[in-house]
Design a protein around this ligand. Structure first.
Ligand SMILES: *[C@@H]1O[C@H](CO)[C@@H](O)[C@H](O)[C@H]1NC(C)=O
Ligand SMILES: *[C@@H]1O[C@H](CO)[C@@H](O)[C@H](O)[C@H]1NC(C)=O
Ligand SMILES: *[C@@H]1O[C@H](CO)[C@@H](O)[C@H](O)[C@H]1NC(C)=O
Ligand SMILES: *[C@@H]1O[C@H](CO)[C@@H](O)[C@H](O)[C@H]1NC(C)=O
Ligand SMILES: *[C@@H]1O[C@H](CO)[C@@H](O)[C@H](O)[C@H]1NC(C)=O
Ligand SMILES: *[C@@H]1O[C@H](CO)[C@@H](O)[C@H](O)[C@H]1NC(C)=O
Length: 426
């Protein structure tokens, strides 16, 4: 192709009036949402100049965005919505600031081409950006190669009533759906013959041969995101619905259970699951989701408290028990922080389904199956009731035994525990 163009240039022939366009249709909910990118070969040759982006979306979307970058932080984001007349478009270039609403920036040189349109069912924004080969963030080393075979892009939209705003600083509601992909821009070059006139609409340059639409590799990042979402949910649900409550329950139940060799390692293992789960959660929040939601906020605080207080309080109570054979304030802290964390964790899992539902296609979609929500709720309910019943039953059992001087602890060689006829309770 290059050689062919070179030949054309050498022979002084007219440039091939066609554009190779990289486009992708990321949303299964909105199959008519299409993003396209194409780069003039002159931009590639000079590593400077304009690139062209197109956003086509159904009118049912309130705002639609395409960003350069693999995550929101630092990304060049082009947001499009209907203007005050409702018959034209507003282009709002924004700089991704991480997990919060991207902020309008006047550093972007991006313009809507006159070929952009608003019809009854579709909005089409054709955008020329003359400084999209680098991040708009003031001190930034991030640059975007014009012929990268894996140029990173993020996309997002929000469904709802038309914004009808001509303000480029309009407040945006958080995305209904968001994702990332890479595009092969080496196959999205067109011969512009130095034509950077704003009359040029490369997306309409289909006269001699049809554009070769190239589906972005969106399936791969979405599969990865989905896999990470599943890992996150599985780890956290295993920890808060099963691990923490079930590895704690033998203590109030009063069955033989060595604190130092069973309870502590099992709960530390569960805590390790939670910390791994937190890592996956932070990844999701910073790439496809948001930290501006109760679920990640509660999750971060919860895991922080668990890591900071539970092992230490448990250890101090264990030490106190060995010396005094009595319950200390650490025991109460450990018990109630633990129980509170289990309940909060169970509730937060429910909030997580809501958040995943919002960002990943909704509860009932492939990413958030109804069955998962039902199984989660049933298990959480059963374990919660089982735990409460176990605690009450354990208490009556202990009261029933008080004064009988049983030394169960020693029978199975649990040293340092049960010497006074009580089991160690933390
Ligand atoms: C997508 O666009 C086509 C043609 O414009 C239209 O017939 C179809 O109903 C649209 N699909 C959705 C889901 O909006
Ligand atoms: C936006 O403008 C269009 C065209 O004027 C109008 O039909 C629509 O009702 C407006 N929507 C809102 C939410 O104001
Ligand atoms: C729509 O907006 C573009 C860019 O601001 C402007 O050039 C064009 O005249 C507008 N069209 C209408 C019908 O208002
Ligand atoms: C258009 O291209 C010419 C030379 O090719 C350049 O001098 C000019 O700055 C360009 N204009 C824009 C808006 O990029
Ligand atoms: C640039 O492209 C526009 C639209 O295709 C065309 O009308 C115009 O004549 C071109 N200008 C040059 C200098 O080729
Ligand atoms: C897209 O993904 C497939 C399979 O993962 C891979 O073979 C192909 O090279 C990728 N294409 C691009 C343009 O990254």
């Amino acid at each position: 192709m290059r050689a062919f163009r070179l030949l054309q240039t050498v022979l002084g022939l007219a440039p091939l009036a066609t554009a190779n366009i990289a486009s992708f249709t990321p949303s299964t909910t909105h199959p008519n949402l299409t993003y396209s990118v194409t780069v003039p070969d002159t931009t590639t040759q000079h590593n400077a100049g304009p690139i062209y982006l197109q956003i086509r979306a159904p009118r049912t979307l309130q705002w639609v965005a395409l960003g350069q970058g693999s995550r929101m932080a630092g990304a060049n984001i082009l947001v499009v919505y209907t203007d005050a007349s409702g018959t034209n478009l507003t282009l709002s270039p924004r700089l991704g600031r991480g997990h919060i609403e991207p902020q309008y920036t006047d550093l972007a040189h991006a313009t809507l081409l006159p070929s952009s349109s608003v019809t009854d069912d579709t909005i089409e924004a054709n955008i020329q950006c003359t400084n999209c080969l680098a991040s708009w963030a003031a001190p930034s080393d991030t640059s975007y190669a014009p012929a990268s075979t894996a140029a990173p892009f993020i996309w997002a939209y929000h469904t709802g009533r038309a914004l009808n705003s001509s303000s480029v600083q309009e407040t945006l509601t958080i995305h209904s759906e968001m994702g990332s992909t890479t595009l092969d821009l080496s196959h999205a070059q067109f011969s512009a013959a130095e034509n950077n006139s704003t009359d040029l609409n490369p997306f309409a340059l289909t006269s001699t041969q049809p554009p070769t639409p190239q589906t972005g590799n969106d399936t791969h990042p979405q599969t990865k995101t989905r896999a990470i979402l599943i890992v996150h949910g599985t780890l956290m649900a295993t920890a808060f619905l099963l691990g923490f409550p079930l590895f704690a329950l033998p203590i109030p139940l009063g069955v033989k259970y060595n604190i130092a060799t069973r309870h502590a390692p099992l709960q530390l293992f569960t805590l390790a699951l939670v910390i791994t789960g937190l890592g996956t959660g932070v990844y999701l929040a910073t790439t496809v989701s948001t930290l501006k939601h109760a679920h990640p906020v509660i999750g971060l605080i919860l895991v922080g408290v668990l890591v900071l207080f539970q092992p230490v309080a448990g250890y101090l109570q264990h030490r106190h028990w060995k010396r005094e054979a009595a319950k200390s304030v650490f025991g109460y802290v450990h018990r109630w922080v633990g129980r509170g964390a289990i309940i909060l964790g169970m509730v937060n899992g429910g909030l997580g389904f809501g958040l995943a539902g919002r960002g990943m296609g909704g509860v009932g979609s492939r990413n958030v199956p109804v069955a998962a929500v039902v199984v989660y709720s049933v298990v959480a309910g059963v374990v919660f009731v089982g735990y409460v019943v176990g605690v009450v039953w354990g208490k009556t059992k202990v009261f029933g035994r008080r004064g009988q001087g049983k030394g169960e602890g020693g029978e199975r060689g649990m040293k340092g525990e049960g010497e006074n006829g009580h089991r160690e309770k933390i």
